[in-house]
Ligand binder design. Structure first.
Ligand SMILES: *Cc1c(COP(=O)(O)O)cnc(C)c1O
Length: 389
């Protein structure tokens, strides 16, 4: 064994299969070709000014410069409690049912360490956010993929989960509005989830990264608004996408008090909390006006319509998503996901994400992100129309 060999857990992470696509992208750029990426989901617009201003004064206040507590400040916990009541109709006890997270990614990863042992299973939506599978593997446990079924509106068929697997499962990762499919939670689905979790004693982790990013009058619920949800689950809320705050690293874990206590216990051994100035910025975001979010959603909805129209023109029929910053579409017949992404890059110098990046069930699809500035997005879509129609 060499001194630089990674751990067996790290070695067990699935290999990165898109190196060749990335090499093609950098070759094109090196050859001076103007490649437009519609791949990454990272809002292109700035954080709202009232949030930046709150941060500017908070960062200058020496009271905020010390180690924060992992439990979060009173102001942070109360702001989340108020936000969940007003926005979702969910009662959250500020003292015990909410804790800061250094972004949803941190929370999802660390929840695996708080709840999984070797031999345990985490049920992970497929396609899904990669940490639902990577987190369990790094924690020495097993991730079992649960396919999202297009015919069920991209919900999983919980009844088809093998009972032996359900028996070993301790966590179930779900996410609606959903990345990468853009799907919203079908009517009655969260009720089914609560029932499934109760029967099998599984902690539900609902990743609520996109509740504030919705269109056409759709308002996304919190999983915690489902009767019984707080007995079996927690929700991870992130300010990254809806509030244009991906770089700030701020979110929260809310819901089941015992589960949050375990997350706290784990975190006291891992990090030293969330910078209090950032907690105050989050308070400003949660208490701030809703107009900036509404304006963002108008911008994304307009981009979404442009993308859906262009795809129609090149023969790809796709339902308009009611939420998230993505359009998820089937690849034309005769192509794999990676093959089609390669062809779009070759013909149009536009980067799209192969669906297989998000898990086995993503094969046969591709994802377009709506976070490219209007002018560049229009240019990318014109190229696709011209070269692929
Ligand atoms: C972007 C994204 C996240 C990451 O959120 P952070 O708070 O920035 O860590 C988590 N889950 C999903 C489904 C996402 O798309």
């Amino acid at each position: 064994m060499a001194l630089s060999d990674p751990s067996k857990r790290l070695e067990a992470m699935p290999p990165y299969m898109f190196a060749e696509l990335e090499r093609k992208i950098s070759d094109k750029r090196a050859a001076g070709i103007d490649v437009i990426s519609l791949g990454i989901g990272d809002p292109d617009m700035p954080t709202y000014p009232h949030v930046v201003e709150a941060m500017q004064s908070a960062v200058a206040d020496s009271a905020n410069q010390k180690y924060p507590s992992n439990r979060g400040t009173d102001a942070f916990r109360h702001a989340f409690s108020d936000f969940y009541r007003e926005r979702f109709g969910v009662e959250i006890v500020p003292d015990g049912e909410v804790m800061p997270a250094i972004g949803a990614k941190e929370a999802i990863y660390n929840l695996c360490f708080a709840f999984l042992d070797p031999g345990d299973v985490a049920l992970a939506s497929d396609p899904g956010y990669p940490v639902y599978t990577g987190g369990p593997i790094l924690a020495g446990a097993e991730a079992v993929l649960v396919p999202l079924r297009p015919e069920l509106g991209f919900a999983p068929d919980l009844g088809s989960i093998d009972p032996m697997t359900a028996e070993r499962a301790r966590l179930l990762f779900l996410n609606y509005p959903n990345n990468p499919t853009g799907a919203i939670a079908p009517d009655g689905f969260f009720e089914e989830v609560v029932d499934f979790a109760r029967r099998n004693e599984i902690l539900v982790v609902h990743d609520n990264a996109y509740s504030e990013t919705t269109y056409d009058g759709y308002v996304a619920p919190s999983f915690l608004a489902t009767p019984g949800a707080k007995e079996v689950g927690i929700e991870v809320f992130s300010l990254s996408k809806g509030f244009n705050m991906t770089g700030w690293r701020v979110g929260a874990v809310l819901g089941n008090a015992d589960a949050i206590q375990s997350y706290w216990r784990l975190k006291t051994n891992v990090d030293s909390g969330l910078f209090e100035a950032i907690q105050l910025a989050a308070v400003a975001a949660l208490q701030g006006p809703s107009e900036p979010l509404e304006e963002m959603n108008r911008i994304y909805a307009r981009r979404r319509d442009l993308v859906v129209d262009t795809l129609g023109a090149i023969g790809v029929d796709v339902a308009s998503p009611k939420g998230t910053i993505y359009v998820w579409a089937p690849v034309p017949d005769g192509h794999t996901s990676v093959g089609f992404a390669g062809m779009v890059l070759e013909e149009a110098a536009v980067v799209i994400s192969p669906g297989s990046m998000y898990g086995r069930s993503g094969e046969g699809y591709f994802r377009i992100s709506l976070t490219t500035p209007d002018g560049r997005l229009v240019e990318a879509l014109e190229r696709m129309r011209e070269h692929l129609a």
